[in-house]
Design a protein around this ligand. Structure first.
Ligand code: SF4
Ligand code: SF4
Length: 275
């Protein structure tokens, strides 16, 4: 989901045009053999860095190879942020759909695949908090799942799909995008070259591990994901300042200490500390 779609959804919930779901609210849904997998033929599945990492590891691939084989990049026209989506699912059938509609990467399926038909929009507040809203994604005429007798509360549905871990990881990523597009005004300076530069931070953990000499035994996958996003935030804040945007722009009175940006980024990746 692009940032703009995300924003539109939060606004429509706030206007009362879209029904918001609470954790105890119940709905009926279960996948039905009659339509198994039709959703995986025409749907746009946006992938977060954590989705790509989990799916790539499940398939024994690098994130870079996974992107090349299964994904395409879509630039958000509003923020210029480079989003990744599964190209096969949109043009159908999804590369991971087995005969009969089952999913070949089911235990590692993406956040959006595992939470459908529930959607979630999150907004980050200036005090560092966040507000989240859950809603039912618009019903598709071909989907029989809504007619099922199986009833769930929202909490049961999310727990069953192991969604909260994915939401927590994706919030770290969306908070970065929120900062880069809002505070750093990425639409004014993001371009294809910069988008290529940030790809290893987002989708190529193995590239950074090899470059920096950080084995998984020393820094586990989840911790390294958090460090990559943190390092990228520092990197982009400095880059934006070079273009004249964001809080780090030097003014006549506020000279900032010189430092080596790449050493600082490396420090975060290796030790988690920002020097
Ligand atoms: S019931 Fe709906 S969500 Fe489930 S496989 Fe069919 S189309 Fe997809
Ligand atoms: S990854 Fe699995 S669940 Fe997601 S679109 Fe592809 S086949 Fe469907």
């Amino acid at each position: 989901m692009s940032l703009k779609m995300h924003r539109d959804i939060v606004e429509s919930i706030e206007r009362g045009d879209a029904g918001e779901l609470g954790m105890g609210d119940a709905f009926n849904f279960e996948c039905d053999d009659r339509c198994m997998g039709r959703c995986c033929n025409t749907i746009k599945i946006m992938l977060d860095p954590w989705d790509v990492e989990v799916m790539a590891r499940h398939l024994g691939m690098t994130g870079k190879d996974f992107l090349e084989k299964y994904c395409e990049i879509e630039e958000d026209p509003y923020t210029k942020w480079p989003y990744v989506k599964l190209f096969d699912a949109e043009r159908g059938p999804c590369a991971f759909m087995l005969e009969g509609g089952r999913c070949a990467v089911y235990p590692a399926r993406s956040r959006n695949c595992r939470t459908y038909p529930v959607g979630r929009a999150v907004r980050f507040t200036p005090d560092g908090g966040k507000e989240e809203k859950y809603f039912m994604v618009e019903k598709q005429s071909f989907c029989f799942g809504h007619g099922s007798a199986r009833q769930w509360t929202l909490k049961e549905w999310l727990d069953d799909a192991g969604s909260l871990e994915y939401y927590n990881r994706s919030d770290i990523y969306f908070e970065l995008i929120d900062y880069v597009s809002g505070v750093l005004e990425s639409r004014r300076w993001m371009n294809e070259r910069i988008a290529r530069m940030i790809m290893p931070f987002l989708y190529g953990p193995e590239v950074l591990r090899a470059k920096m000499g950080i084995p998984v035994e020393d820094v586990g996958h989840e911790e390294f994901y958090i460090r990559r996003i943190k390092a990228l935030k520092v990197f982009l804040a400095e880059l934006a300042a070079g273009f004249g945007f964001g809080p780090l722009v030097k003014d006549d009175e506020g000279e900032r200490e010189d430092f080596n940006l790449m050493d600082r980024v490396k420090g975060i990746l290796v030790t988690e500390e920002d020097s």
